[in-house]
Design a protein around this ligand. Structure first.
Ligand SMILES: Cc1ncc(COP(=O)(O)O)c(C=O)c1O
Length: 400
């Protein structure tokens, strides 16, 4: 049996005609930049997430940087190096890289050992420490929907309100998931921050065929600023001025989603919404059911569409029992044709880029433990029940 970690070919085969037609239509129109598909996609995704604005851009990393700059954070956003941005220590590098590249200071905080998402107790402790030291100014929280599961919105929102911090949701992995608030309001990932971002990297829950990203907000000013920053700081405030296109009123970047990628996402979206989210949840339920026979494993919590959290399962991540040789488990699974990955091998605060900076100072024991023990198993909407059974059987052979 040959199993892909994330099988994009199976997905393509299901909707080949729709994708091929979109690609051909864009090539025939030769409208490669800012073609009508880009606007159409922005409308579709804004409606899906329940947001007023969706601004597409070149990738999920740019999306975070643009969002921070639009919010006035860091030197590039008109703020200062002393702007502190609180980021989980256990995440993909971009979540912490972007606050640093826009000229702010990321401060890493610990995560919850079961949800993998930002731990509010650790967050509040870090905010208090920054405040009492008096060198940095608490400005924002980057809350990540790690592995597809939305973060604890009610708790993080409350902390952000109390300390007057911007809540930026990094929904690169969580797009398609939902969170139901304490007031019973069901919010899509992409709606949980004052400003939210996502990635359309091919292996993401909704992926294109190259790089792509988007920013979501309900705030008109943030929308205008993001659109300006994404196109070299172009004047967006005067849409009727014919000279506005070449009037660059701030420093920005060149970060557009090209028309081909927008067309591909339009072709993929209906299947993502109507079938893939349910299918990938089915795979997660099946894994958790079968893996619970193996003693000592820590399995991710699986909840359904009616629960407080609904994940889009970018990853299915387990924790191996203490003392198990993870490299050996990976090697044996690989011999059976089962690919695995480790997300993430290193705490953010220990990444080489942050050595000798304020960002390297963090107290995150849960992240340290997770980096030693996590293992990500193949997951995607097209993984068949018999493939999950095969993977679990091989896991049992290795671990029991
Ligand atoms: C949590 C998180 N944030 C941001 C990104 C960045 O997205 P991109 O690769 O599109 O720049 C990723 C991509 O892996 C991610 O997983």
């Amino acid at each position: 049996m040959s199993i892909e970690f994330r099988d994009l070919r199976r997905q393509y085969n299901k909707i080949k005609d729709a994708i091929d037609n979109q690609i051909t239509a864009v090539i025939r129109s030769s409208h490669f930049i800012n073609g009508p598909e880009v606007k159409e996609l922005e409308k579709v995704l804004a409606d899906f997430t329940g947001r007023k604005h969706c601004i597409t851009c070149a990738n999920g990393t740019d999306a975070i940087s643009i969002a921070l700059m639009a919010a006035g954070i860091g030197e590039a956003g008109g703020g200062s190096k002393t702007d502190a941005v609180f980021v989980p220590d256990f995440t993909f590098f971009s979540s912490g890289e972007c606050p640093a590249t826009v000229g702010a200071t990321p401060i890493f905080v610990d995560v919850d050992r079961y949800t993998y998402n930002i731990d509010v107790v650790s967050l509040e402790r870090a905010i208090q420490t920054v405040k009492s030291e008096g060198k940095l100014k608490p400005c924002a929280v980057v809350a990540v929907d790690l592995f597809g599961r939305p973060f604890d919105y009610d708790a993080v929102f409350e902390v952000c309100e109390r300390y007057n911090l911007l809540l930026l949701e990094d929904a690169a992995q969580g797009f398609g998931g939902t969170y139901t608030t304490a007031f019973g309001e069901k919010l899509m990932a992409g709606k949980l921050g004052t400003i939210s971002t996502t990635s359309f990297f091919p292996a993401k829950p909704l992926g294109c065929y190259g790089d792509g990203g988007a920013i979501f907000t309900d705030d008109d000013l943030l929308d205008t600023l993001c659109r300006s920053i994404a196109v070299h700081g172009k004047d967006m405030e005067h849409p009727d001025d014919p000279n506005a296109k070449y009037n660059n009123i701030r420093l920005g970047m060149n970060s557009r989603l090209d028309t081909l990628q927008a067309g591909i996402l339009l072709a993929k979206f209906p299947m993502f919404r109507d079938q893939e989210l349910a299918a990938v949840n089915h795979v997660a339920v099946k894994y958790t059911e079968l893996l619970s026979d193996i003693e000592g494993l820590t399995l991710p919590t699986v909840e359904d569409n009616e629960s407080q959290y609904y994940s889009s399962w970018a990853q299915y991540t387990i924790q191996l029992p203490e003392g198990v040789n993870r490299a050996d488990v990976q090697k044996k699974l690989k011999e059976s044709g089962i690919p695995t990955n480790i997300y993430y091998i290193k705490p953010m605060c220990k990444q080489g880029a942050f050595i000798n900076t304020q960002s390297s100072i963090a107290d995150c024991p849960v992240t340290e433990m997770l980096c030693e023990r996590v293992l990500c198993l193949p997951i995607h909407p097209y993984l068949e029940d018999d493939e999950v059974e095969f993977i679990v059987e091989k896991m049992k052979a290795v671990l029991i």
